[in-house]
Write a protein that binds this ligand. Structure first.
Ligand code: DX5
Ligand code: ZN
Length: 229
């Protein structure tokens, strides 16, 4: 199967109802989510705390698409096997989270997952120059990680650099933070294919009113694809 570079919308359940993850995941998938993005925070690498491998394992049976786990934790390596056991399809580690990202990416693949590397806004594209053949996804943070609902930071020149560095390698470019119908076209045009969105997907909806999720997802996708309603 050829590598899929079409736009994929990955709602972040950081903006879901924390007392109702199973139904929230089912609702966003039924409403057109391509992937499900799960933000793991440790209160140390980032100033916020979410959930760990036991919770992620409990989410797994509800995710029928792709379980995309974004680790905002340090260190990463001691937890790789736990996230493989939890059923992550993609496991993304921050390049800033430790001195041995090369080893970390190898270990993620060796554990049977796709390996992602995330870059904080202050980290240049060149930081991944020697990692391109070890990674399946590069996550460009367009906010400083830790919280949903923050203002988009323009990283389009970094996205363009990464897109040309990647060439024809099968590596996704994912954008995380502040993605909504106004910012999606900028990042899509620069070369991104996976758009994470938390607040812009969940705002105004609920599991009892899931059509709102569907409209929100559609609006982001249409904007990214250049279809202006
Ligand atoms: C930020 C997280 C994001 C976040 C995005 O630390 O990695 O995935 O949930 O949220 P929004 O789309 O609300 O900026
Ligand atoms: Zn994230």
């Amino acid at each position: 199967m050829s590598f899929d570079r079409s736009i994929k919308i990955a709602p972040s359940i950081l903006s879901a109802d924390f007392a109702n993850f199973g139904q929230e995941i089912q609702a966003i998938e039924a409403q057109g989510a391509d992937w499900v993005h799960i933000d793991v925070m440790d209160g140390h690498f980032v100033p916020n705390l979410t959930f760990g491998p036991m919770a992620v394992k409990a989410f797994r049976p509800h995710v029928k698409t792709v379980m995309d786990v974004h680790l905002m934790i340090a260190p990463v390596d001691p937890y790789i096997d736990a996230y493989a056991d939890a059923g992550a399809d993609v496991l993304t580690a921050h390049i800033e989270a430790g001195p041995h990202i090369h080893r970390t990416l190898q270990a993620i693949r060796a554990a049977g997952m796709k390996a992602g590397v995330a870059l904080n806004p202050g980290t240049p594209a060149e930081a991944v120059a020697h990692l391109l053949d070890l990674t399946d996804l590069i996550c460009v943070m367009t906010v400083n990680p830790g919280f949903g609902g923050q203002k988009f930071i323009d990283m389009t020149s970094k996205i363009r650099s990464l897109h040309s560095m990647i060439g024809d390698r099968p590596v996704h470019i994912e954008i995380d933070g502040g993605v909504d119908p106004s910012t999606a076209p900028l990042v899509a045009e620069a070369g991104a294919d996976v758009l994470v969105a938390g607040s812009a997907v969940f705002k105004g909806g609920s599991v009892n009113d899931p059509d709102v999720y569907g409209a929100n997802i559609r609006n982001i996708r249409d904007a990214a694809n250049g279809v202006w309603a």
